[in-house]
Design a binder for this molecule. Structure first.
Ligand SMILES: [Zn+2]
Length: 91
């Protein structure tokens, strides 16, 4: 895994996002159109041409390669499981 510093916010939940991690590759910087996930709300995002994180549209998500969408959904499941575990600690 390779970590890159960014300064951005999730367009859905406004959580500050300051790091992106490329999985399975090293020294890969994000580029226009790359997908990402918000670590707080698990929304599927993408980098625009200015490398700012924006919401990925439903159509764009539907057009992702099935293996890539499955990979993103596994990441989303892990994020949401963590959020549920944190929430259950406050009950
Ligand atoms: Zn978010």
């Amino acid at each position: 895994m390779n970590h890159q510093s960014i300064t951005d916010h999730c367009p859905y939940c406004n959580t500050a996002l300051n790091t992106v991690t490329s999985i399975g590759k090293t020294n890969i910087k994000p580029k226009n159109g790359d997908s990402s996930l918000c670590h707080h709300c698990a929304s599927i995002l993408k980098f625009d041409h200015n490398l700012k994180l924006i919401a990925m549209t439903t159509k764009e998500i539907a057009n992702l390669e099935p293996d890539h969408l499955a990979f993103l959904n596994r990441g989303r499941a892990l994020i949401l499981k963590r959020v549920i575990n944190i929430s259950s600690n406050f009950e």
